[in-house]
Design a protein around this ligand. Structure first.
Ligand code: ADP
Length: 488
């Protein structure tokens, strides 16, 4: 049987409906489903047989049912509904965001007998626009100004921070050339930036200056990245601009303070140098007169007083000499006077001298045969005196100090071990700094915190090293090592 033209059209139409990517369904005016295409099945999960003759409410959550009623009321009046965004429920209970277009269906006489619904799944579109909204919120809540522009420099986007930073509203900025915030003398910067962007390069943390609407200078750090279009072609640039005005002010203040501090430090060093130099001469003369007095004075008590005075003057002279050394180190004027000598002999000598002035401790010396080194004898003596004096000073309850010297890897290694108060781990490096004293026992033991600093300098000048192994209440062992050969 031949099919009429109308019949052919109907067949074609039905094929279009069946193969559409959008769900297409039709309803009677009371909401009963009477057609259901393949895409509707795919989208909602119901087969045609499951929905035919059922009410459309099977796709609609209870809270949206009135929405459907008002749509049908509109259709009955012969009006269409375009791109209405809502949510429908699939067979397995999933919520599907859809965009609906609903039109009235008329019979031959033009009477409205139903509605056709085209539903488009807009899940992906929704996700994309939610993501965009998130991104926009991030950009807008950023404290850095975020601005995008074309390769010609025309501003395309301008966030809230950009408004705060430069004073132009989004409306005032968009469409304008970026040069509106660039100082006249820096316009060339923009050309350099754009040429880098055209090459696909990024500009990171470029520090420069921009001008706000009210003429204010804004110190900024700029990071500019290329924006690529869909085909990867560079179409513009995004700028992240950080206001570093405060940062610059702070760092300028810091520079000033550190310069002032340096100057004050140098005044202090000069003063220490001058004062200790000036103190040296009268001290030497007091010492001289006391020596004469010691020899000539009569009476045991008088002799004792003079002896005590000589001891105190010697302590004062040692302090003054430390201060003088500090100022020499600071000004780079501490020099070595190297000669060849037997190091173990020096060690024996120093130990003996200190032993003579110490009744509380016994020094146990463990050394090998002679070791000839080329070094500053006087300066190494100073180091040993400091270590030995400290070993008794900081071990008031102990009775013994062990001193060892041995050759190791072509170096003389000396250790001075005491059984005293010890030093906490976190202080081990600090005690070699100028004027540093471990806080806890500082009020119990006298001292200026200079000895180890000077000793460390002297050992370094001999291309050696000085270090400590110690733990609180477990005693300390100070080590130093200097090369046997090749000293300065
Ligand atoms: P001073 O003894 O005059 O304070 P030093 O530079 O010789 O200065 O020593 C610095 C600090 O290191 C001392 O104040 C002390 O806290 C700590 N120290 C040095 N030697 C010892 C030691 N043998 N035992 C415990 N602490 C020590």
């Amino acid at each position: 049987m031949a099919i009429s033209k109308k019949g052919t059209e109907n067949l074609q139409l039905s094929a279009v409906v069946q193969n559409s990517d959008d769900a297409i369904i039709s309803l009677t005016l009371d909401g009963t489903i009477n057609s259901w295409n393949k895409a509707a099945r795919k989208m909602y999960g119901f087969t045609e047989a499951e929905v035919m003759g059922k009410h459309i409410s099977i796709l609609i959550g209870s809270e949206k049912i009135t929405e459907e009623e008002s749509i049908l009321a509109r259709i009955k009046e012969g009006r269409k509904v375009h791109h209405f965004e809502t949510v429908r429920i699939s067979k397995d209970g999933r919520e599907i965001p859809v965009s609906l277009t609903i039109s009235p269906i008329k019979d031959k006489e033009g009477k409205i007998i139903g509605a056709s619904k085209i539903a488009r799944d807009i899940t992906l579109h929704k996700q994309a626009s939610e993501k965009l909204a998130w991104l926009a919120a991030i950009v807008d809540s950023s404290t850095d100004a975020i601005v995008s522009k074309t390769l010609e420099g025309i501003i395309i986007s301008w966030n809230t921070a950009a408004r705060r930073m430069f004073g132009y509203t989004e409306k005032e900025a968009i469409g304008k050339h970026i040069s509106m915030i660039i100082p006249a003398g820096r316009i060339n910067e923009e050309n350099i930036i754009i040429s880098k962007i055209r090459n696909g390069d990024q500009i990171k943390h470029f520090e420069t200056v921009r001008i706000a609407k009210d003429g204010r200078k804004v110190n900024i750090s700029l990071t500019v990245s290329p924006i690529r279009g869909q085909k990867g072609k560079i179409v513009g640039a995004s700028k992240i601009i950080r206001d570093i005005t405060e940062q610059i002010k702070t760092s300028e203040k810091l520079k000033l303070y550190s310069k002032q501090l340096e100057q004050m430090n140098s005044y202090k060093d000069n003063f220490i140098g001058m004062a200790s130099h000036e103190l040296k001469t009268p001290l030497a003369s007091i010492n001289g007169y006391l020596q004469i007095l010691e020899r000539s004075i009569e009476g045991a008590q008088n002799k004792l007083f003079v002896k005590k005075a000589i001891t105190q003057v010697a302590k004062l002279a040692a302090l003054v000499s430390d201060l003088l050394d500090i100022s020499k180190i600071q000004s780079g004027k501490l020099s070595l006077n190297c000669v060849k000598f037997d190091f173990n002999e020096l060690l024996e000598e120093v130990t003996e001298t200190i032993q003579q002035t110490t009744s509380s401790h016994v020094f146990e010396l463990q050394i090998g045969s002679s070791v000839k080194i080329n070094a500053d004898r006087h300066r190494l003596e100073q180091v040993l005196i400091n270590l030995l004096t400290n070993s008794t000073k900081y071990s008031p309850d102990a009775e013994k100090v062990i001193i060892k010297s041995a050759i190791k890897d072509n170096c003389v290694r000396v250790s001075v071990q005491d059984f005293g108060i010890g030093i906490p781990r976190e202080e081990h490096d600090k005690i070699f700094s100028r004027f540093y004293r471990v806080e806890e026992p500082a009020h119990t033991f006298s001292g200026l915190g200079l000895g180890l600093y000077i000793a460390n300098e002297i050992i370094s000048m001999h291309k050696g090293k000085l270090w400590v192994e110690s733990a609180p209440q477990r005693g300390s062992t100070f080590f130093f090592e200097i090369p046997v050969a090749g000293n300065p």
